[in-house]
Design a binder for this molecule. Structure first.
Ligand code: SAM
Length: 281
């Protein structure tokens, strides 16, 4: 495929990239190929793309998949997008905010669909949450994100963070490529990376109530680098001895810091919190 000339298309349509919508268009063909290869798309797959922009990634997806559903928020991009996609009859473009879109109502998205996207960085966490918690979850997601965010997603105990726990609870996450800022137009201020998130058939740890699990995790990370007993006392409105009792029930030392816990240990803590509140396990 002849590479798209992003600048020329924008000029011809009298458009300027909108920073507030995270519009950094991928124009490097090598980078586009890395994203598509990481997704391992089979000819029968359906792909959901978030933010097709001018269609640089969309047309590669259309070649590899049976069907592509592309959700774009910016109506001004529809004319150039339709032009790019004219040779590809297997793409449905939906004009919508992905975060407001009820994915269960998008008929073409049967279970097992893939998400492949160069997403707007300002809503990375919200998009991941919206997709992994959707009633019809995808099988895997290959996303271009800010490099630092990609590293936070795949962090391991001693260096854990709220995003890592949230992502790894639902998915097996790995960084599959790094992309320099020069692969995009306009160049973003940060480097990027491609992450692949394979959705787990069931969450990484079994917990009585998922909302309780995240309440405990958020409380644990609410005070950076503090001992868990203090963070939990503050975040869950407990007296320090009650926080100590909770940690003891989960067989965790009170001096531990949130960054050091494994997912299984967060699961044990959430289980202890659930029991403490008198609910059946
Ligand atoms: N996929 C294109 C590419 O790689 O060149 C464009 C990627 S650009 C980083 C992000 C795209 O997401 C833009 O087209 C932007 O308008 C769109 N976008 C931003 N916020 C969105 C939202 N909430 N829902 C859907 N699309 C959104």
């Amino acid at each position: 495929m002849i590479p798209l000339n992003v600048r020329q298309i924008l000029r011809r349509h009298n458009l300027w990239p909108k920073k507030q919508l995270g519009q950094n268009f991928l124009e490097d063909d090598g980078a586009l190929e890395k994203v598509v290869a990481a997704a391992e798309i089979a000819p029968d797959d359906t792909v959901l793309e978030i933010g097709p922009g001018l269609g640089s990634l969309t047309r590669h997806l259309a070649q590899a998949a049976r069907r592509v559903v592309a959700v774009e928020i910016d109506a001004a991009l529809l004319p150039p997008l339709k032009e790019t996609l004219r040779p590809h009859a297997n793409v449905d473009v939906i004009l919508a905010d992905i975060l407001q879109l009820d994915l269960a109502r998008v008929e073409r998205l049967a279970p097992g669909y893939l998400v492949v996207a160069n997403i707007p960085y300002y809503i990375t966490s919200a998009i991941v949450r919206h997709l992994v918690e959707a009633p019809v979850a995808p099988a895997r997601m290959v996303l271009t994100v800010q490099r630092e965010v990609a590293e936070r997603m795949v962090a391991q105990p001693d260096d854990m963070n709220l995003l890592a726990v949230s992502v790894q609870f639902y998915t097996v996450a790995r960084v599959v490529a790094r992309l320099p800022a020069g692969a995009f137009y306009p160049r973003p201020e940060v480097d990027s990376a491609v992450v692949r998130l394979d959705i787990r058939p069931t969450p990484a740890v079994s917990v009585p109530v998922i909302d309780d699990f995240f309440r405990v995790v958020k409380a644990g990370f609410s005070q950076k680098r503090k001992q868990l007993r203090n963070a939990l006392a503050g975040g869950l409105q407990l007296e320090p001895p009650q926080a100590d009792a909770l940690l003891a029930a989960a067989q965790l030392a009170p001096q531990r810091r949130a960054e050091t816990l494994t997912l299984a240990e967060w699961g044990a803590l959430a289980g202890a919190w659930h029991q403490r509140n008198g609910a059946p396990a």
